[in-house]
Design a protein around this ligand. Structure first.
Ligand SMILES: Cc1ncc(C[n+]2csc(CCOP(=O)(O)OP(=O)(O)O)c2C)c(N)n1
Length: 368
């Protein structure tokens, strides 16, 4: 596919697979994405869905602090990261568990992160994924820095930088885009436009009709894609990564998706969006259309499908157990990683915590 054919100002977006499982743009479907490979990617989507559900269950049971669900964003997560090659970087925000898993971050570590452990961000040496980034949009700058470094070192690697629609309202995003355009850094800006920045709908975040068109002002291509269509996401990201890798500079992708769950486990979306709105989005969610396509091709049988979901349900429970076993948290962790020397007010609070724990019979190692 040719990025230039998808000028966001003309409103055209990349679409390949419709929600009934039919290919509507065979010419856009990437050559290297065989039906067997699509089955692998579907498998990854199921893994993400089950891991996501398990995280919610853990949080509701008081076994995880908080969590930002990816429900409905599986195609955007998997279809994008699937195009990367060895040596490429992923720079996540906080709703990219699928992309992180695909690039080799163990699920146990992601669970540990959301359980509150600093060690959840301690990835294996060869995994080129930055830690989850909670301060909105700041990772866009880190990502451009990585891409610039790669360019200076003469490496042919690409940095895939994720963020949400809300992040495009941040100064960090605009600084990152400007720098990337000026220095032609080899990166792909991947916006998961899930239509909400917590309770703020996309329509009130910017006066621009699309987010993709923001790239035009910075002098590089922007493209809109059906973010619930894994084939379209793959096609667009593959093209964008090839563009960046060949020294032609960055690309911005606006993957139009929908957050079907709450912003985080601390959020109640019924306070800002109607049940009707949610219901209207459900038919467009990313998993059924891939399943329907694979079923029509005879690549998915009910028995294999049941086995897949059960296998992942067992696996995610095991990962959760491993995560919990790798904790308990030391209460001192709250204080120990920010300053070489604790400021007096924090030293006072730490002392106070120790006295409370001592009086309740608990030690500071997290053990009763
Ligand atoms: C700098 C900063 N400001 C505010 C917040 C609180 N906050 C957390 S998530 C979020 C909305 C992010 O929306 P978006 O970028 O669309 O990503 P999404 O959560 O939809 O994936 C906000 C405002 C924060 N984490 N960091």
């Amino acid at each position: 596919m040719n990025l230039a054919e998808y000028d966001p100002l003309r409103g055209r977006r990349v679409e390949v697979l419709d929600f009934t499982g039919n290919i509507i743009a065979p010419d856009v479907r990437p050559d290297d994405l065989s039906d067997d490979y699509l089955l692998d990617l579907y498998d990854r989507m199921v893994f993400l869905r089950v891991a996501d559900q398990q995280a919610l269950t853990l949080q509701r049971a008081g076994r995880m602090g908080t969590y930002a669900p990816t429900l409905g964003q599986e195609a955007a997560n998997i279809g994008s990261a699937a195009v990367l090659q060895e040596g490429d970087w992923v720079v996540p925000s906080f709703r990219e568990m699928g992309a992180m898993l695909l690039r080799g971050v163990p699920l146990q570590l992601i669970y540990m992160y959301w359980m509150g452990s600093e060690w959840g961000s301690h990835f294996p040496e060869n995994v080129r994924v930055l830690p989850i980034c909670a301060p909105v949009g700041t990772q866009t700058l880190h990502g451009v820095g990585l891409a610039w470094a790669a360019k200076l070192k003469g490496e042919q690697t690409v940095t895939l930088i994720y963020f949400g629609d809300g992040a495009t309202s941040k100064g960090d995003f605009h600084e990152a885009m400007n720098f990337a355009g000026v220095f032609q850094t080899p990166c792909v800006f991947f916006c998961q436009n899930n239509q909400y920045s917590i309770s703020v709908p996309r329509s009130t975040q910017t006066a621009a009709p699309t987010l993709a068109q923001k790239a035009i002002a910075y002098g590089f291509p922007g493209v809109m894609v059906d973010g619930n269509d894994i084939l379209a996401v793959y096609a667009a990201t593959k093209e964008a990564a090839a563009h960046a890798r060949s020294g032609r500079g960055p690309v911005l992708i606006e993957a139009q998706t929908y957050r079907l769950g709450p912003h985080t486990t601390a959020d109640d979306p019924s306070r800002y969006r109607s049940a009707e709105e949610l219901k209207a989005q459900e038919p467009y969610e990313p998993l059924p259309r891939v399943r329907l396509y694979l079923e029509k091709k005879g690549l998915l049988t009910p028995a294999a499908e049941t086995e897949r979901w059960e296998r992942y349900q067992t696996l995610v429970k095991e990962e959760a157990k491993k995560a919990e076993a790798a904790i308990p948290l030391r209460p001192d962790d709250i204080f120990d990683y920010h300053y070489a020397t604790l400021p007096p007010y924090l030293a006072h609070q730490k002392d106070y915590l120790h006295r409370i724990l001592a009086s309740s019979g608990e030690g500071t190692d997290g053990q009763a």
